[in-house]
Design a protein around this ligand. Structure first.
Ligand code: FAD
Length: 485
């Protein structure tokens, strides 16, 4: 990665200015790349690229693209009030960024670090092309509190178990509280370069748009701030309420964290301040733990990029998953929410109709696919990647490998969720099931978790497997990993 400018013939770096490349940091406050570019002193240009290789294959009504588009419109407006301008391109970023940097003749490009292996490869290609032109790509830590080698074991090794990672993360924060300080965006006179190119429409980039409001999503910084504001009074109850899908007890900030329409530093600072004032109860600490899980999985991906395709624990790639037409039929039934297990089916309908799924249900449905249907976690992971509004490789892969037991700090293979007892425990009255499976709405609470035991319901499938038998098959399937960590 080039780290210094190498263009002795041109004007000094500060006079040539910089290009800020927005990616998963779609906000105009507390922004590391903007902060550093502005501090360098020259005119600051701003760009976002709808990256063709990433968009390829997405459905025309993809909600994430619609969210991005609306968030960019807000960001463009915000930058304009600061005197700047956002150029939005539809191209391959590997070509577009070096070309724009050349056209503007900036000395440097600033962007936020991204730990996804594909993003790392893209950034290396961009850095090399910029370097060939005598320019520099500066990558800044922005979307996590601690990254890469910053949280290690006492002997300096990457950690693959969450509890020691969390302890080490908290120790580091105590030693370095400035890690929570905002990266101020303070434009001085003529700091931003103005411009006049319009934002391309969704149609221009091959998409039709999606009704975000219909699924309760408000995009952009405005949406992220409103969600966090609304969540704070519920923080104290988070620890006890977060496992019940029918309660609206979690923050729903995952989508905003994914695209950086909220600042992770602001979230962590706020929860710590509320905790210090005794206003966050036990829930504050639990919620902070979830934010640390997010960083845990990002550093797992950073140090172990092979997990994108392979089990974190290599022995688990010896597990023989079900394949062939029967497995394909089971997989289709799981995707479409017709397994005959109401909680699993309701959760899949939630995913298919809203793009969100509650965390407890992500665990239940993932476990069900791998351990009741015996289907490879990679197939389920890919389906979630297509459907989740908040899809993020590190957390999705981490969550799937946790459920399949192949992951770093995973559920042991012999711990197999029972989809009926999970339902009785976390959706006791069946309110969540009734919401997403109207065909079962009239059933009494006692019957809704396993309708087949009470004569079944016309229009709702009988269970496609017997859980006790499936459990036994899974224990046998996982025999190959016994004794192999
Ligand atoms: P809250 O409960 O309010 O938590 C706050 C934030 O902490 C979340 O927004 C998220 O950023 C982070 N977080 C919470 N739980 C986890 C976790 N287990 N792992 C990592 N980060 C966490 N999360 C994603 O953001 N994208 C994914 O693609 C994704 N896929 C998942 C797949 C599976 C199989 C599982 C089990 C979990 C997955 N998660 C994923 C984690 C978690 O389910 C979601 O982050 C959470 O449900 C989002 O809801 P929320 O914002 O209301 O979370």
């Amino acid at each position: 990665m080039p780290i210094s400018n190498n263009n002795p013939a041109g004007p000094p770096d500060a006079a040539r200015g910089a290009l800020v490349w927005f990616r998963r940091d779609l906000r105009a406050f507390d922004h590391a790349a903007l902060h550093h570019a502005l501090r360098a002193g020259g005119p600051v240009h701003c760009v976002f690229v709808f990256d063709k290789p990433i968009l390829a294959g997405l459905p025309r009504d993809d909600r994430r693209v619609a969210f991005l588009h609306a968030s960019l419109a807000e960001l463009a407006q915000e930058l304009e009030t600061l005197g700047g301008h956002l150029v939005v391109l539809h191209d391959d970023a590997r070509d577009a960024i070096p070309a724009l940097a050349r056209q503007l003749n900036v000395a440097a490009v600033h962007a936020a670090e991204d730990y996804d292996p594909a993003a790392i490869a893209r950034d290396s290609a961009v850095a090399a092309a910029l370097q060939a032109d005598g320019r520099t790509l500066h990558l800044h830590k922005d979307q996590v509190i601690f990254a890469k080698e910053e949280v290690l074991s006492r002997v300096g090794k990457p950690l693959s178990v969450f509890t020691p990672y969390k302890k080490s993360w908290l120790r580091r924060l105590e030693a370095e509280p400035e890690a929570l300080a905002p990266w101020h965006v303070e434009p001085h006179a003529a700091a931003f370069a103005p411009g006049a190119s319009p934002l391309p429409s969704l149609q221009d980039i091959g998409f039709a748009g999606a009704d975000l409001a219909a699924v309760g999503i408000v995009p952009g910084m405005e949406g992220g701030a409103a969600l966090f504001e609304a969540f704070q009074p519920h923080l104290a109850d988070y620890g006890t309420a977060r496992d019940y899908p029918e309660l609206d007890a979690t923050s729903r900030l995952s989508l905003h964290l994914r695209f950086g329409t909220v600042s992770i530093r602001h979230l962590v600072r706020t929860v710590m301040q509320l905790s210090a004032r005794g206003q966050a109860g036990e829930g504050g600490a639990t919620w902070l733990s979830e934010l640390i899980w997010r960083e845990f999985y990002q550093q797992i991906l950073y140090f172990n990029p092979q997990v994108v395709e392979a089990s974190f624990k290599p022995a688990y790639d010896r597990v023989a998953w079900e394949t062939g037409a029967a497995a394909d039929e089971l997989f289709a039934a799981w995707c479409e929410g017709r397994t005959g297990f109401p909680l699993v089916d309701a959760a899949m309908v939630q995913l298919n109709t809203t793009g969100f799924m509650h965390n407890r249900l992500r665990m239940v449905t993932a476990s069900f696919l791998c351990k009741d249907f015996g289907i490879d976690w990679r197939r389920g992971e890919r389906y979630f990647a297509l459907r989740l509004n908040d899809y993020e490789l590190a957390s999705n892969n981490g969550g799937w490998q946790w459920a399949a037991s192949s992951g770093c700090d995973a559920q042991p293979f012999f711990r197999i969720f029972n989809p009926v007892t999970q339902s009785e425990r976390f959706d006791k009255d069946g309110a969540f099931i009734r919401r997403y499976l109207p065909v079962l709405a009239a059933l009494p609470s006692k019957q809704i978790h396993a309708p087949w035991l009470h004569g079944g319901v016309p229009g709702y499938p009988a269970p496609l497997v017997d859980h006790a038998e499936a459990r036994q098959r899974t224990l046998e399937r996982f025999e190959v990993v016994k004794g192999k960590a």
